[in-house]
Design a protein around this ligand. Sequence first.
Ligand SMILES: NC(=O)c1ccc[n+]([C@@H]2O[C@H](COP(=O)([O-])OP(=O)(O)OC[C@H]3O[C@@H](n4cnc5c(N)ncnc54)[C@H](O)[C@@H]3O)[C@@H](O)[C@H]2O)c1
Length: 337
Amino acid sequence: MRVLITGGSGYVGSRLTYYLLEKFSDLEIINYDISLFGDEHLPNDSDKYKYYKKDIRNSEDFEEVIKKHSVDVVLHLACISNDPSFELDSSLSKSINFECFEDLVKVSKVNNVKKFIYASTSSVYGISDNPRVDEEHELKPITDYNTLKAKCEPLLIKYVDNNFHGIVIRPATVCGYSEKMRFDLSVNILTNHAYINNKINIFGGEQYRPNINLNDMCRLYEMLIFKDLKKFNGEIFNAGLQNLKISEIANIVKRVVEKRKSKKVELNFTKSDDVRSYRITSDKIQNILGFNFEFSIEDAVEELCENFENGNLTDTFNTKFQNIKVLKNKLEKKEFI
Ligand SMILES: NC(=O)c1ccc[n+]([C@@H]2O[C@H](COP(=O)([O-])OP(=O)(O)OC[C@H]3O[C@@H](n4cnc5c(N)ncnc54)[C@H](O)[C@@H]3O)[C@@H](O)[C@H]2O)c1
């Protein structure tokens, strides 16, 4: 089985790559990524792993790689992956997150890829006070990033047939340790502040956020890569376990970190204008697809603490851990267009 991961150098893609390489000896992974946030953490090329530092907007390059490796499955993760980074240069971001998407699907299909998995986002629903936001819920994306993630979904579904299976996942905010760490995601930010500074500043706190542990994210992509998706062809699935208020997440982080360090963690609450609040329900992925969540936010916080302690994570306030700062720097230096 040969799997091409676009965005395989990123936060999710890197952890997934190491997870799959460790678990399967008969899987070939092809990482297709321009590696905006670095590639020094990636495995060396081998029989089981090949890295192409290439742009998804170049469909000829993409086709060449797909053909060369007779790819069976495409997992599409590459994008400018949050609102503030997207807004740094919205026309550039649009070209990456949306304009090239249909070509990636078409090129995959004509070159005998059997399955295309698209990582959308649970933020496509926008703000909702409905406690049960399932896949049928109206999409009211409030930013361009969310809008374009949503607009890709039907472009994949349009092409699915008996020989080309497609599936859309709408993941919650991911948390936990990765070889390519991001400290711009809520649980990860809070844990960094709690562990290093013994203090967390919370803006607002009443906003709900759905979460998924990165270990479960990897288990889910593993399942989708291997499972026969005939019965689920063209389906959309939410993927998140815990819907919690930011203040509740902060309290979990406080509890775990205090226990590990035997030191008090201070919580400071400040008013916020951030109104984004939403919860998703992931009943469908559990009941229909048969996926079981196994890892919690607590587990992610514990795992991050372990990696602070064992020295895997150092200098964690360095801007290299924040997508927006890295991207801003690259754009200013005109290193990326
Ligand atoms: N991390 C989350 O909390 C979360 C939540 C919901 C959905 N998602 C989705 O999951 C996917 C992965 O998220 P992540 O956190 O790993 O993001 P990330 O920013 O860490 O990784 C994205 C990768 O895409 C690559 N990329 C960007 N533009 C490219 C281009 N033109 N050509 C080739 N590669 C390019 C980057 O170099 C980077 O390695 C994204 O599609 C994101 O929208 C993530």
